[in-house]
Design a protein around this ligand. Sequence first.
Ligand code: ATP
Length: 371
Amino acid sequence: MAGLSMRRVGKVFSNGFAAVKEFNIEVEDGEFIVLAGPSGCGKSTTLRMIAGLEDITSGEILIGGNRVNEMETKDRDVAMVFQNYALYPDMTVYENMAFGLRMRKLPEDEIDREVRWAARLLNLEPLLDSMPRTLTGGQRQNVAIGRAIARRPKVLLMDEPLSNLAEEIKVQNRRELKRIHKELKSTVIYVTQDQTEAMALGNRIVVMNDGEIRQIGTPEELYQNPCNKFVAGFIGSPQMNLFDVVVEQAGDCAALALGEHRITLPKEQSVPLLEDGYAGKTVVCGIRPEDFRFGKDCEGAAKDGCVEAMIQVQEAVGDELFLYFQVDKVGFVARCKEGETGHPGDKVLVCPDASRFYLFDPATERIITNQ
Ligand code: ATP
């Protein structure tokens, strides 16, 4: 196994479209890295450049310290798992998993050892003589993973491997993937559009948009300290509430105005806003759904900034309750506890925790201040 370095890697397609720009990352040996972002942001192109399936236009890729820019796919010692499994339909599970090893002309006893090792790891032993068409989607995907890891590649590349599976199978296979990675200790680069999947799997996540890296961090870092509006909106479910407010001077502090409503910010958050000259200007304010209080919990010190809001929809998801409400024609979602609120049509007193606000510059979308 080995680490991976990507230094100022770029891809411009022959039609002039720049799909990946200035991509920089140092991946440690054994790390599980997730490339996450919306459709078309350049995730698959990045993965394909690592695999050698796509030439790079600029920059440098190193695997285990060796430059691979000019190296063919077969010499890079990487394996790729695709969304559509790409199994050979006329071969048994065993033969599918042995295929890459046969191509490398390994001795038969070594092939058998490797296939059985991978099959054991993926709980595929009872299925080794089965044909792919008789398997469930989840099992087929495991065969595709088995085929990739049987070669013990330096880097395992996975392109949305779970996206064709039903939700509950997806969650199960996600758990399995974590267990397999723990045992394998291989370097994994995993592509997904699904932020929940990214948060569940990645040691670190690379959030991409428009061919650029928007932030790299652990799931915790990205959730707690997004460095721009895009990452703030992409990570977290339900999404962070993002809305425009006007900054006003309120004594030594800054206050945020949304229509008729005002909320004064704590000193620590006010200082960067005022020092950077945002008084009188519009900024983007973000608040996570869990950072609201309701009804009688609003009483007391935090009463400043509480607003009356009309409940529009209440949604129970598992043991959680999401409350959708409007303030000044702006829609919000809050995460709350059963019995804490009311019913659609009811008016409730809502109090956002101003100390938990994130504020972003509307033009650059960069964070100005948070918590
Ligand atoms: P998805 O999640 O939908 O697979 P992605 O983030 O993996 O999206 P890519 O497949 O890497 O995105 O594509 C990035 C951009 O490059 C897209 O706008 C795509 O249309 C464009 N693109 C991909 N291949 C080519 C090509 N051969 N020529 C020109 N543009 C291309």
